[in-house]
Design a protein around this ligand. Structure first.
Ligand code: PMP
Length: 359
């Protein structure tokens, strides 16, 4: 079997060892005589699987005891509504930082439920850097401040955690588990699974317990964090298979040395690719150096007309999903945890070869 190198922004590469383990356990889950997918979510097997996955994630991220870890549905996009519905009920006021397309979606959705103050925007420089913290105009009475530590489309990443009076809420979809993070600095963290956690279909929320139980009265039951917290994320039928696969990824991550080991590897992968791009005289990444994402590396070719050939030839070499987001064009290489250094080396080798022949 030859597996391709997958640079997809999401659903993204999964570790091969995880896929093989899932394959082994697919038909007869650990001697039970059933597939995990066929079992009640209240069965001992599924509850044990779910509890272990949560504990492993807690260990990996050193989640403090006064935080709930929830496994929900609806993707990060549902969090765009769930956050204001649950957290903006006191003053009806929320601060948002606009660093690109995912921030914009979060801002638009929050505006349906509360007053949104955009404290800073990177629009003026076409979202190629994070607005300097000194330039932010935070409101005095915001229930929380929301930002996107890593913009998956623009490849723009925060190099600081803001110091503000209110609770920080972050969309960590494309950077969770890529490096150590001090969870206690945040009121709430959310992330869709399909990049660094597992397959699509599950969303992780890590929320400080004192923020629960404050949802606006009209909040749908399924969108109330407290309901899920009180029911160990099993108020209704959870996506058990996605939860299980995420748990296998957590076990794999622990075996690799956890997030500290991932950080070292991820930084090395990103540094190597940016260094090549900058020195190539043919490929360009527009992002300010200190805001360059470790996870998503967008780049353009000297001539757009060569994009098609680049993608086609990359595909022939089993370098897949390098096409940039449909709204921005160009290329994007996503380098999540499950993308090995060999993938980056193969990509750079191909990029060099392409310049020689076509540049
Ligand atoms: N936020 C960020 C930063 C993302 O990258 C994505 C998906 N690419 C989303 C939100 C939306 O996630 P979902 O498709 O899980 O709703």
């Amino acid at each position: 079997m030859s597996r391709a190198f997958n640079f997809c922004a999401g659903p993204a590469a999964l570790p091969q060892a995880v896929l093989e383990r899932a394959q082994q356990e697919l038909v007869d889950f650990r001697g039970s005589g059933l597939s995990l997918m066929e079992m009640s979510h209240r069965s001992d097997e599924v509850v044990a699987m779910a509890t272990k996955a949560e504990q492993d994630l807690r260990d990996l991220m050193s989640v403090p005891d006064n935080y709930k870890v929830l496994f929900l549905q609806g993707g990060a996009s549902t969090q765009f509504a769930m956050v204001p519905l649950n957290l903006a009920s006191i003053h009806g006021q929320a601060d948002y930082v606009n660093t690109g397309q995912w921030s914009i979606k979060a801002i638009k959705e929050a505006g349906k439920y509360c007053n949104v103050n955009v404290v800073a925007t990177g629009e003026d420089n076409r979202f190629t850097s994070v607005p300097a913290f000194e330039s932010w105009s935070v409101s005095g009475n915001a229930d929380y401040l929301h930002y996107t530590p890593n913009e998956t489309i623009g490849g723009v990443e925060f190099d600081f955690i803001p110091e503000v009076e209110t609770d920080l809420v972050v969309d960590l979809s494309s950077t969770i588990l890529s490096r150590p993070l001090d969870v206690s600095r945040f009121g709430l963290i959310y992330a869709g699974a399909q990049k660094n956690i597992g397959p699509a279909g599950i969303t992780v929320v890590i929320v400080r317990e004192d923020l629960l139980g404050k949802a606006m009265p009209a909040t749908p039951t399924m969108l109330d964090y407290k309901v899920h917290g009180d029911n160990d994320s099993m108020y209704n039928t959870p996506p058990t298979f996605a939860w299980y696969l995420s748990g296998l990824v957590f076990e794999w991550l622990k075996e690799q040395g956890g997030v500290a080991a991932m950080a070292k590897l991820n930084k090395a992968k990103a540094d190597k690719l940016y260094q090549y791009i900058d020195g190539s005289g043919f490929y360009t990444n527009p992002v300010a150096v200190n805001n360059r994402s470790w996870m998503n590396v967008p780049f353009t070719l000297a001539e757009d007309a060569l994009d098609k050939a680049f993608l086609q030839e990359a595909g022939q070499r089993q370098l897949l999903n390098l096409k940039g987001h449909r709204t921005v064009g160009g290329m994007r290489a996503s380098l999540y945890n499950a993308v090995p250094m060999e993938a980056v080396d193969a990509l750079i080798e191909f990029m060099q070869d392409f310049v020689k022949r076509r540049g």
